[in-house]
Ligand binder design. Structure first.
Ligand SMILES: Cc1cc2nc3c(=O)[nH]c(=O)nc-3n(C[C@H](O)[C@H](O)[C@H](O)COP(=O)(O)OP(=O)(O)OC[C@H]3O[C@@H](n4cnc5c(N)ncnc54)[C@H](O)[C@@H]3O)c2cc1C
Length: 467
């Protein structure tokens, strides 16, 4: 069918070496399904021919960008065709831009793909200064379900532009992203500061308190960001508590980070002002490719009780995983990331999106409120059976924390699409305004529901939400 459409040289079949090599390019083994064939377009016109051919043959398909989706059916299909869209990882983008003294809001690990990251939102070092990465997209070139190629920006197809900012692959296949660039203070030095601290686990509570305080004040220094995580990492001897700090202006130890430095006993630390491509390259090993993965995400108010409880339940989950899986066969991450209200304000100022953060970041009186993004991640070195056992544990851990947050009245229903687990239905959590925008755009640009009906991968618009 695709060969008949003139795409024979772009199609890979299961008996071909390159097909097998492409299967190996999925970050998570859980997601590396074996479709009937893969097709690798190199132009928007190729993508247009592919979508027309698939629709005319009523053929199911999956869509892969950089391949960092964690679960089975996040970016491929077993029965059907996987279309692998153009666009490399963020590493290549940063390396291309750095000699020009500029950068863009992209992934914090260089290996992450551009396509999924930007259509799903994109939390970056620049989130507090520029909003989610999708908010810096000024134009999407997109192939619609009928094969037409359109540009979506503030002037043309503005409703599609807004809906693609967080709408994932529900409206079309993006073949080009035009982003606002961000200048480094010195064009000859594309540097940012990165600090990495390993704390004594016994000081977990006070490091959490420092993060809650940091989050509350993050709008005052929008260039400094932080991520902390508790993790079970057998390669470094078991349980760890680690913090990453960055400053996008290349300022080492900015005042905004000071609270962390006295929050606990520091076991080891590194600190450097380096070109941004070097820093993001160094982030890759923290989440290695080639293992099975289970992710769950939650969001809550910026409340230390939740973080402390989540960390305690993480310890319990590690004990359960140790009992269920062979020794050394899994890693975990219980990660916390500040969500200062300024992030949503940037999104609104940049024309709006369908992420829904602006909905969650205000209380009933319209006052801004800060939140915390939680990510529970387990990597499994075993087979699908071990993945199933781990899945039960992670799900229970996430449910416990969710229940506790609800009891305290500080749970947010929002689930960040780029971190969501298979069953978390992130687009069902964006609130009525964002969902309305998404539905209207889907009705207008995909009236036959191709991306709901034939696309077998990724997160869909919740069934029945658009009536
Ligand atoms: C190591 C690692 C680090 C990460 N770091 C961050 C981070 O710093 N911040 C953050 O916010 N997230 C981060 N993530 C999550 C990441 O944003 C998501 O996994 C994202 O989906 C990755 O995009 P991808 O193109 O690589 O993935 P894929 O699995 O290929 O794609 C994900 C989804 O996007 C859709 N898609 C991909 N390309 C296109 C396109 N061109 N047009 C339309 N739809 C498309 C696919 O259909 C698929 O459903 C990280 C993930 C990993 C594994």
């Amino acid at each position: 069918m695709l060969s008949g459409a003139g795409l024979g040289d772009k199609v890979l079949l299961p008996n071909q070496t390159e097909y097998t090599a492409r299967l190996g390019s999925y970050w998570s083994v859980s997601a590396a399904l074996s479709p009937w064939c893969m097709v690798l377009p190199s132009t928007a016109e190729n993508v247009s021919t592919i979508i027309k051919t698939l629709v005319s043959g009523n053929c199911t398909f999956g869509v892969k960008g950089g391949g960092h989706g964690s679960f089975a059916l996040s970016n491929s299909v077993e029965d059907g065709i996987a279309s692998i869209l153009p666009g490399g990882p963020w590493q290549e983008v940063y390396e291309t831009l750095a000699p020009h003294g500029v950068t863009v809001t992209g992934g914090r690990a260089g290996s992450v793909g551009v396509g999924g990251f930007l259509t799903g939102g994109g939390n970056s070092f620049h989130a507090a200064s520029h909003g989610m990465a999708c908010d810096t997209v000024v134009n999407f070139e997109v192939v619609l379900a009928d094969g037409s190629i359109v540009n979506a920006n503030a002037e043309q197809h503005a409703d599609l532009w807004v809906a693609l900012k967080g709408g994932s692959a529900n409206l079309g296949l993006v073949t080009r992203f035009d982003l606002n660039v961000i200048k480094f203070p010195d064009a000859t030095k594309p540097d940012i500061w990165g600090k990495f601290i390993a704390f004594d686990l016994a000081d977990g509570d006070s490091v959490i308190d420092a993060m809650v305080n940091f989050t509350e004040h993050a709008h005052l220094d929008q260039n400094t960001s932080s991520i902390m995580f508790f993790g079970h990492v057998p390669a470094v001897g078991g349980m760890v508590l680690q913090l990453g700090l960055e400053n996008t202006k290349g300022i080492a130890d900015p005042p905004a980070a000071a609270g962390y430095l006295t929050a606990g006993k520091i076991l080891s630390t590194t600190s450097s002002v380096v070109p941004m491509p070097d820093l993001v390259r160094s982030e890759n090993p923290a989440q290695p490719a080639g293992v099975r993965n289970i992710w769950f995400t939650l969001t809550t108010a910026n409340d230390p009780r939740i973080l402390k409880y989540a960390a305690a339940r993480h310890t319990a989950a590690v004990a359960k995983l140790s009992a269920a899986l062979p020794p050394g066969n899994f890693t975990t991450m219980c990660a916390f990331q500040p969500l200062n209200h300024i992030i949503a304000q940037h999104g609104v100022a940049n024309g709006g999106n369908v992420m829904g953060l602006d909905y969650w970041m205000q209380d009933g009186d319209g006052a801004a409120r800060d939140g915390m993004l939680l990510l529970f991640e387990v990597g499994v070195y075993g087979g699908v059976e071990d993945e199933g056992k781990a899945d039960v544990v992670v799900k229970a851990w996430a449910e416990e924390v969710e229940r506790y947050a609800e009891e305290l009245g500080v749970g947010w229903g929002w689930r960040y699409l780029n971190y969501a687990g298979r069953e978390q239905d992130p687009l069902g959590t964006v609130g009525p305004v964002a969902l309305g925008r998404l539905c209207r755009a889907a009705r207008r640009y995909d009236p036959e529901g191709v991306f709901q009906r034939l696309r077998g991968s990724g997160f869909k618009i919740p069934e029945g939400a658009c009536v």
